[in-house]
Write a protein that binds this ligand. Sequence first.
Ligand SMILES: [Zn+2]
Length: 207
Amino acid sequence: MKINISCPCGNNFPFSFEEEVDIDKNPNHLEDIQQGKFLSFDCPSCFKQHKPEYKIIIIWKSRNYKLAVIPELDRNMFYIKKKENPPFETVIGFPEMIDRIKVLNDNLEPVVIEAIKTFLIAKAMESYNDNNDNNINVWYHRKTDDGLEFHLEGIKQDEVAVVKIPLDMYAKTLQDYEKNPQKALFASLRVRKYLSVQNIYRPDVLK
Ligand SMILES: [Zn+2]
């Protein structure tokens, strides 16, 4: 697809991108996505970085995985208009896409990661009770030898807190999920094919 980016500097420049991204065919996409460089365009005139979001599909055949990515701007429409139903797993917004690709690349179960995020958000809300409860966001960052690292945003303005959870907490939650995938905690993370901790915290009008 061809797009036109209008930069505030007055420059208007065209870019093209693939609506279907095959990770096995283009392994460099995997790096680009994880580093936040995917679909990032620099204005040739003032070098401002633009990160427009478009609806794309990521295909990862070697992982038997297909992911639909919906732009953040379409989030409310996804909830309201129940028609928009990609037939496979869905995320909304590029930050969720980056997060999910990192999770899969580290061979982790996405449902378990989203469930762990609910614990982390609940704990953050408890510790930093300052009425900005809906703004706390947590992202999977990486796997290390002794745990999983998450980034917590929204506790303090413009600050990211790094939280590490031990691997056995992941293992226990995974065991719990495998034993009882229909459990309320896991079921509440899904709206149709959309799997995200955001589903729990969405406003009532979107339920
Ligand atoms: Zn520009």
